[in-house]
Design a protein around this ligand. Structure first.
Ligand code: NAD
Length: 450
């Protein structure tokens, strides 16, 4: 079926109103929940095939995240759908005002390859909770996951409302040429611009979940604890995580000990040869492998650095003596290279971050309340976290999204419902006595109130 015909069919189904009742929405959310439970083995096997993810990591970082979103939406759906009363000023009374969440229609969800299941199904939770029909286009680079989603979703969900279309840039462009009611895109900045331009043709609103260089600033507290939390957030999924710390800013006094503690944490997690660890992933393809190996020249490798193209394996690697103007510090790394840069203090770190495009996330490691307050007040990023990294995404009620170069719009929890809804305002005055007559022209004439 071509893209125009597909959209037309989904639109006609949407127009019947079938997707609007709370019962349909709950039914779809429950069916998706069942799919994740009953097909967990197939799903984790696909993720392992695509990214060498351990089954445990695939469960925790993909399936469990979607399940948490589903459970949260299921629990709060009735309240989210309820009309919200708005106060009416005296001059307009009698009258009532409220907003009523309406589904947008047929939405397009385009996913990336790094969390190929989570990043199409978590938005789908919002789309279904809000009562939309949806077309999903998973990443063609995560071939096995794309195929398993295309096979399984129709077995569980309403096939008149939800469709998975597989394919790459060409298929994506065909879909984007259609007047969807919303486009939800997760991926890189370059394609983000293409998506936004294509959507502009139809004035289709977009959510762009992009990436960027997310910093982790370490200026206090227990360095070894910070190193373990950073190594965990960075090297999961072989550091192909949009909110992974891209680089570290720390003081010259702390840098040597922090670099050493990072190497120790890597060894604790993945052993002396992470290549043999079943818990450490692989780079998605040769292109990204070559790109990452090229970035190694940007600094001095102080731990890790081994790599093998045949396996697309790159060891968790810590670098120091990094040139801020090197490609390592100019592009989003999106792989297991972790540069440690030195700055005088927290203030210098905040200025360093502020001089660059807004990142998707920014992390501060410190035990001083004034540090946490200053960082929270002065750093603009999609999201902030104190003394952890990456796992803030596991809080289902916390909105997630970028700002500026790292994206536009957000989702997770209620924000997903809002993203996929139109909060339609309604003002309702009783018919009868014309209480607006004072406002009518001609304005010079004296009018009687009643
Ligand atoms: P990508 O931009 O290459 O591809 C993403 C999607 O866009 C794929 O489905 C692909 O088929 C499609 N696409 C590719 N070329 C296209 C074109 N010319 N026209 C239309 N569609 C096209 O992104 P990626 O490499 O898969 O993902 C990595 C990037 O995504 C990183 O920058 C990362 O930070 C970001 N990311 C962001 C989040 C987030 O939630 N904010 C999550 C994961 C990844």
């Amino acid at each position: 079926m071509n893209a125009a015909a597909l959209l037309d069919r989904r639109r006609r189904y949407f127009a019947t109103g079938a997707t609007r009742p709370v019962g349909w929405r709950r039914g779809q959310l429950d069916a998706l929940r069942r799919l994740l439970t009953e097909r967990e083995q197939e799903l984790t096997a696909a993720l392992e095939e695509d990214l060498g993810k351990s089954r445990t990591e695939a469960f925790l970082s993909e399936i469990a995240v979607v399940r948490a979103e589903l459970d949260f939406a299921r629990r709060h759906l009735a309240r989210w759908m309820a009309p919200e009363k708005i106060a009416v000023p005296g001059g307009l009374r009698p009258g009532r005002a409220w907003t009523q969440a309406r589904p947008l229609g047929v939405v397009l969800i385009i996913g990336p390859w790094n969390y190929p299941l989570q990043l199409v199904l978590a938005p789908l939770v919002g789309a279904l909770a809000a009562g939309n029909a949806a077309v999903l286009k998973p990443s063609e680079l995560a071939t096995a996951t794309s195929a398993v989603l295309a096979r399984l979703l129709p077995l569980y969900l309403d096939t008149d409302a939800v469709t998975v279309i597989e394919g790459g840039a060409e298929v994506s462009s065909d879909l984007l040429a259609q007047p969807f009611d919303h486009v939800f895109y997760t991926g890189g900045e370059r394609v983000g611009k293409i998506v936004m331009k294509a959507a502009a043709e139809h004035l289709t609103p977009v959510t762009l979940e992009l990436g960027g260089k997310s910093p982790a600033v370490v200026v206090g507290g227990d360095l070894r604890a910070a190193a373990r939390r950073i190594a965990y957030g960075k090297f999961m999924n072989a550091a192909q995580t949009c909110v992974a710390p891209d680089y570290i800013l720390t003081t010259p006094a702390a840098a040597p000990a922090l670099a050493e503690a990072l190497a120790d944490a890597v060894q604790d997690f993945y052993g002396t040869d992470p290549r043999t660890s079943g818990d450490y992933g692989r780079i998605i393809n040769d292109h990204h492998f070559d790109r990452l190996v090229g970035l190694l020249d940007g600094g001095t490798v102080v731990s890790g650095g081994r790599h093998d193209r045949a396996e697309r394996y790159i060891e968790p690697t810590v670098l120091r003596d990094v040139d801020p103007d090197s490609p390592l510090m100019q592009e989003e790394i999106f792989g297991p290279l972790l540069p440690v840069l030195e700055v005088e203090d927290l203030d210098a770190a905040i200025r360093f971050i502020g001089a660059r495009p807004h990142p998707l996330a920014a992390y501060l490691f410190s035990d001083r309340a004034e540090h946490l307050a200053a960082f929270t007040e002065r750093v603009q990023a999609g999201g902030l976290a104190h003394n952890v990294c990456t796992i803030q995404l596991a809080v289902p009620g916390l909105p997630f999204g970028g700002v500026g170069a790292s994206g536009t719009g957000s989702y997770h929890g209620r924000q997903s419902f809002v993203t996929f809804s139109h909060l339609q305002p309604v003002f309702s005055k009783p018919a009868g006595v014309d209480t607006l007559r004072l406002a009518y022209p001609p304005f010079g004439r004296v009018k009687r109130v009643l």
